[in-house]
Design a protein around this ligand. Structure first.
Ligand SMILES: *[C@@H]1O[C@H](CO)[C@@H](O)[C@H](O)[C@H]1NC(C)=O
Ligand SMILES: *[C@@H]1O[C@H](CO)[C@@H](O)[C@H](O)[C@H]1NC(C)=O
Ligand SMILES: *[C@@H]1O[C@H](CO)[C@@H](O)[C@H](O)[C@H]1NC(C)=O
Ligand SMILES: *[C@@H]1O[C@H](CO)[C@@H](O)[C@H](O)[C@H]1NC(C)=O
Ligand SMILES: *[C@@H]1O[C@H](CO)[C@@H](O)[C@H](O)[C@H]1NC(C)=O
Length: 664
């Protein structure tokens, strides 16, 4: 310390600036590091924003502000969305823009709306699309999208063109097939089709899976390499491989995080946002998922940057990853460059530094301990982190920066009361250096940028369970949306339908519209099903008017106590009351229709409306057709509780109207 008088000017500085610790130079003298491409969230893969659209104002706008508004919350740079493929893709199905070969509709689902809301808040937001699944016709009946690569490329390019034509959205990047095999011929054809369609500006990300074999393919094939802009890897565990670096491509964690968003979620996110660059040279990290807006009992409940899963109450939770995002997103923008002076801290943790090349500097430091930053892919080694004093020495263009703004998050895993994204008084640099006293599980941002802000709204309404009395006649449309509130499709797609030639009460209905098994991403059921309600519902009455459109082979059901969805939907159990267009009925305790509780004749047929009512109480259930008793069962082999559901026997057209449930 000799010759360097150490002046502490305030009590706070005393707190922050300990005796000099290990010295970390921050300098642009060695030349720039990689270009920073931004931090993002992923809506889809699948149906992860399903319930968000059903929030009333002002809550819906507040949630969107926490996600996208610059200098407010997560202030995301990137929004990646699923290109809906009519198939189950983790927490539900998302509707395709082309259900059938001769069909095009760019107003289905909610991703268009979400992209527009994001762009409204941040005109520079980078938009990306990626398919998980494809409508069956794209694969021509095979569960494979590459036999007719020109059809698949045209299908994907149509989506990008539709985004521009109908919503004025510029899609900046597109992917191949999420976490599935790629096909070299297809990637080249996609590039060719994009270029030919005036979409040279759209970059290709490949292959949204592991670093290999795509890196090797790029190294071996110059034409392929010219077609691909970014190698996107999923859950890379902060590391990459030599071959990926050798390609010279941008490296992204194009899907990462996937962690329950309580405190540990923020810990995971803080660690990977820094270490994906420090260890793996990745210049973008995208969270799966953006916002947990799906029924919590579906797979990976609450694995979003925040939680908004109760449109019926208006309650939402701004979780720690929102504020951890802010530490980077509010102080560095896509197009900035990392400095080469980044790395690990001597006693555990890491730091990155970024510049706009115009004198601005942002440093993000994290000291997340091993056990509190375990993502779905935890750190490889425990890193024995301890409290430490770290001295940052600014050099090069930054040598004469007089002071830095300071933002801090502190986790406390014992009290569960963290202090997140707090603005502390700025720190003056002394001879270009400052020392921080770092504890465990902290995140700091030191920056020349002064526009950072911790946005806030009044507390949303308290959390509440799904209403016990619920009905929907599907008449009151939610204008921008093709799907009624709260129905979470798990196989098939259930849309508003308008039959202007119907003279009576069924002009506006709900219709299942997928007529062919899609090119799937997981094991969709052979039946279609949409679920709704409270997973804890036990005893209830559910009724619905139903209308089969498949003569002889058609079938529809109403169900209660449906226990699971997502990738496990094929195995869903519950109480399923089916009627068929051949005049039969059946009651089963599974969606597959194999465990029959009772069956008989109903006299039902296609193209006529009937009302099904299912009453479930304890171990008994009974069914009514048009209000008349049809069956009783007194020894239910059903899960103790679950959602209610509607669906069809196969991929067939069918309609539903006047859905009503009364739970006890
Ligand atoms: C950091 O510096 C402070 C103030 O000089 C000192 O009390 C503390 O022991 C140092 N901490 C470590 C871990 O060296
Ligand atoms: C830093 O960024 C701000 C705002 O983006 C800009 O006005 C300023 O010129 C930049 N450079 C410095 C040295 O602050
Ligand atoms: C932390 O300590 C454990 C046990 O002593 C050791 O095996 C491990 O390698 C250490 N981790 C690091 C990153 O040094
Ligand atoms: C529309 O309504 C008419 C008149 O009720 C009916 O005959 C026809 O089957 C309906 N079409 C569809 C697709 O529901
Ligand atoms: C079912 O049981 C109830 C009450 O015991 C009875 O009123 C009803 O007729 C029965 N329905 C059928 C279809 O057996």
């Amino acid at each position: 310390m000799a010759g360097r008088p150490w002046v502490l000017v305030s009590a706070l500085l005393l707190l922050l600036s300990g005796s000099r610790g290990h010295i970390y130079p921050l300098s642009d003298e060695p030349g720039p590091g990689r270009v920073f491409d931004g931090i993002g969230g992923l809506s889809g893969g699948g149906a992860t924003s399903r319930l968000l659209v059903n929030y009333a104002e002002p809550y819906r706008s507040q949630i969107l502000d926490y996600l996208f508004k610059p200098n407010f919350g997560a202030s995301l740079h990137i929004l990646k969305v699923e290109i809906g493929g009519d198939a189950q893709t983790t927490d539900g199905t998302e509707a395709s823009h082309m259900h059938y070969e001769n069909d095009q509709n760019y107003f289905r689902g909610y991703e268009w709306w979400l992209m527009k809301e994001a762009k409204k808040r941040n005109p520079d937001i980078i938009l990306m699309g990626l398919p998980w699944a494809f409508p069956g016709w794209v694969g021509n009946g095979k569960n494979w999208p590459y036999d007719f690569p020109d059809i698949t490329a045209a299908y994907v390019v149509n989506w990008i063109l539709g985004a521009k034509t109908y919503h004025d959205l510029d899609i900046r990047f597109v992917g191949i097939w999420n976490e599935r095999q790629y096909d070299v011929k297809y990637i080249k054809l996609l590039r060719y089709t994009l270029d030919k369609s005036g979409l040279k500006r759209v970059g290709i990300v490949a292959s949204d899976n592991l670093w290999e074999p795509i890196s090797l393919s790029l190294l071996r094939d110059a034409e392929l390499s010219a077609a691909v802009d970014v190698i996107g890897a999923h859950y890379p565990g902060t590391t990459t491989v030599p071959q990926a670096l050798k390609t010279g491509k941008k490296l992204w964690a194009s899907e990462d995080y996937s962690t329950f968003n309580q405190e540990e979620g923020g810990g995971c996110w803080a660690r990977i946002l820094n270490q994906n660059y420090v260890n793996g040279h990745m210049t973008s990290t995208i969270s799966w998922n953006l916002v947990a807006s799906y029924y919590e009992d579906l797979p990976f409940g609450r694995c979003g940057l925040m939680t908004a899963q109760e449109p019926w109450s208006g309650n939402y939770v701004v979780s720690s990853p929102i504020w951890i995002s802010a530490h980077t997103t509010q102080f560095a923008q896509p197009g900035w460059t990392y400095l080469q002076t980044v790395g690990h801290l001597e006693k555990g943790g890491s730091y990155v530094a970024l510049t706009d090349g115009n004198g601005n500097l942002t440093v993000v430091i994290e000291t997340m301990t091993h056990e509190h930053s375990a993502c779905i892919r935890p750190p490889l080694l425990p890193y024995n982190l301890t409290a430490q004093n770290a001295t940052f020495q600014l050099k090069g263009s930054f040598a004469s920066v007089p002071e830095l703004q300071v933002w801090r998050s502190r986790f406390n895993f014992k009290t569960k009361k963290p202090s997140l994204f707090q603005k502390l008084p700025p720190l003056k640099l002394v001879d270009g250096s400052l020392t921080l006293s770092l504890a465990e599980d902290e995140v700091y941002t030191l920056t020349t940028i002064t526009s950072g802000r911790r946005g806030s709204y009044p507390e949303p309404p308290p959390s509440a369970r799904f209403p016990k009395l619920y009905k929907d006649d599907f008449d009151l449309r939610n204008p921008p949306f093709s799907e009624p509130p709260n129905l979470a499709d798990q196989t098939g797609v259930f849309e508003y339908f308008l039959n202007l030639s119907d003279p009576g009460p069924h002009v506006r209905t709900l219709r299942q519209v997928v007529t062919q098994r899609p090119v799937t991403w997981v094991a969709d059921a052979d039946q279609t099903i949409t679920v709704i309600g409270d997973h804890q519902w036990k005893d209830l009455t559910v009724s619905c008017d139903v209308f089969m459109e498949a003569a002889q082979t058609g079938g529809v059901f109403v169900a209660a106590r449906v226990d699971q969805g997502g990738g496990l939907v094929r195995r869903a159990k519950g109480v399923f009351f089916w009627v068929f267009s051949n005049g039969d009925f059946k009651v089963t305790s599974d969606l597959a229709g194999q465990t029959v509780l009772t069956e008989g004749q109903s006299g039902t047929g296609a193209f006529s409306w009937v009302t099904l009512t299912l009453v479930v109480k304890g171990q008994t259930a009974s069914g009514f057709l048009d209000g008349k008793p049809l069956w009783n069962h007194t020894a239910l082999l059903a899960p103790p509780s679950g959602w209610t559901a509607l669906g069809t026997r196969s991929f067939e057209l069918a309609q539903f109207d006047n859905f009503a449930v009364a739970a006890e």
